[in-house]
Design a protein around this ligand. Structure first.
Ligand code: KE4
Length: 451
């Protein structure tokens, strides 16, 4: 998705970043933009990315030895915090047994069984190495299983960087999307229809126009790539009804929300509101790999058996089901399924949001926040947004000031206003209170005119 860049803010409050600056200059010589994934480059907020030296528990240390309370958690996977002893032990043991075999292992079955037991909508799954790969293959599978080409996605949702999904809305419902990246031919996105998130009438109209050709609808049920925007229950019900009526597959992208907003992922929350609710395919990543390159997609047996070697839909991977990554994921899932884990995590996240809300109110800063399990989002807007257009009404200059103010106080949040945040089991009440106190200071520094 194309996103605007903003000028760097004053760095007068930040501690010395000499070594980060030096490393960035060196990185730029050998890695485009100095980073291996664009959002790490701080382009939206300006300034120099922190080069991480090490991490432990809730903390990261940068190249200057400066400590930060980490609310990015590797963009979601680190639900236990960094360096959890049970996870490290499982990984060390796995390493001793070999790094990769390119052959099946018992541990892959165990991890598949573990994920399936938490996610009843899936009867089978396949393990891959990234969320992008999982989302891309779920689309191919939906097309292969239905014999149709059209895919519906929603503006502001991100499903990885597969060509067919790097697309923004076309000029109307009768036209399909436009590429958001150079290198994606218009023909490749001609079958992707981009609709507004939570827009009931548009979804109805899209199915009325294209129903028999739609292979699937892919959605982030809680859109972490719009910071934190929930699909309404009404919208979710309609997605389900229309897919069922028209024979399309409902694909839940739970790469971010999977085992993060609840043990049973976001779909378990919607199933509480809509009895019997299930997506047809689920895409997962991040937490299920515990910090190693691992993701998955799964669904009902009849659909999953369309995959090679059983069926005609091809998919493969040299490192798929890697023995070290599966050990890491399995150890992580075994921790998070312990009784009370999610209640405690959700309580911490709520404590953070409640504290930030109160601090913003005290400084008369327009603010709204939402959270679920260990995932949160906040906006410098008086009301929670419902779609991408509303998210983008956030004042980027004020977010920029907030971001750098927090960073200077040792608090590391995502360097973009459209990215969710994450609390881990390692965050203490003390960390959270320190974060709220830092935010209270920064809220008071926001330009008076903007409050
Ligand atoms: P990866 O290919 O990055 O493993 O996963 C792609 C993906 C798919 N679906 C959702 C809902 C996602 O959030 C992601 C990846 N998330 C981004 C953060 N917005 C990862 C960070 C990055 O791109 O560097």
């Amino acid at each position: 998705m194309a996103r605007a860049c903003f000028p760097p803010s004053s760095t007068s409050m930040t501690p010395s970043t000499d070594r980060n600056d030096a490393l960035m200059a060196r990185a730029r010589q050998v890695i485009p933009g100095g980073v291996n994934s664009p959002v790490r480059a701080f382009r939206a907020v300006g300034g120099t990315p922190r080069f991480v030296q090490r991490a432990q528990g809730a903390y990261l240390w940068d190249a200057n030895g400066q400590r930060y309370i980490d609310y990015i958690g590797s963009w979601g996977p680190m639900i236990l915090g960094h360096g959890h002893p049970a996870v490290l032990e499982a990984v060390r043991k796995a390493i001793d047994e070999g790094l990769s075999y390119g052959a099946p292992t018992e541990r892959e079955i165990e991890l598949a069984e573990e994920i399936l037991s938490l996610t009843p909508s899936m009867e089978m799954l396949r393990l891959v190495s990234s969320g992008t790969e999982a989302g891309m293959t779920a689309i191919r599978l939906a097309r292969g299983a239905t014999g149709r080409n059209k895919i519906v996605k929603f503006e502001g949702c991100y499903h990885g960087h597969a060509d067919a999904l790097l697309v923004k809305a076309g000029s109307g419902l009768a036209t399909f999307g436009n590429p958001t990246s150079a290198g994606v031919p218009p023909e490749v996105v001609q079958h992707t229809l981009v609709l507004e998130y939570n827009h009931i009438e548009q979804l109805r109209e899209a199915f009325a126009l294209h129903g028999p050709d739609i292979a699937g609808v892919i959605i982030e049920p809680i859109a972490g790539n719009m910071n934190f925007v929930r699909a309404t229950v009404e919208f979710t019900r309609l997605c389900r009804e229309l897919c069922t009526r028209h024979g399309a597959l409902l694909i839940y992208d739970e790469v971010m929300t999977g085992c993060r907003v609840a043990l049973g992922s976001a779909q378990s929350l919607y199933a509480q509101a809509i009895p019997g609710f299930e997506p047809d395919l689920t895409v997962m990543g991040k937490v299920i790999g515990g910090g190693m390159p691992l993701a998955a997609f799964g669904g009902k047996r009849a659909v999953m058996e369309q995959l090679a070697p059983l069926g005609p839909v091809y998919q493969a991977g040299t490192l798929s089901g890697n023995p070290v990554a599966t050990a890491c994921g399995l150890a992580t899932l075994r921790e998070i399924r312990k009784p009370g884990f999610f209640d405690a995590l959700a309580a911490k996240t709520r404590r953070l949001m409640d504290g930030l809300r109160a601090a913003a109110r005290a400084a008369s800063v327009p603010f709204s926040a939402d959270c679920e399990g260990g995932m949160f989002g906040f906006f410098l807007l008086p009301e929670l947004p419902q779609n991408y257009q509303q998210v983008m009404q956030s004042d980027s200059a004020r977010f920029n000031t907030l971001f750098h103010g927090l960073l200077a106080r040792g608090i590391y949040i995502a360097p973009a206003l459209y990215e969710a945040g994450f609390v881990s089991a390692a965050h203490t009440d003390g960390d959270i209170d320190a974060t709220i106190a830092a935010a209270a200071e920064v809220f008071r520094l926001l330009p008076a005119t903007a409050r």
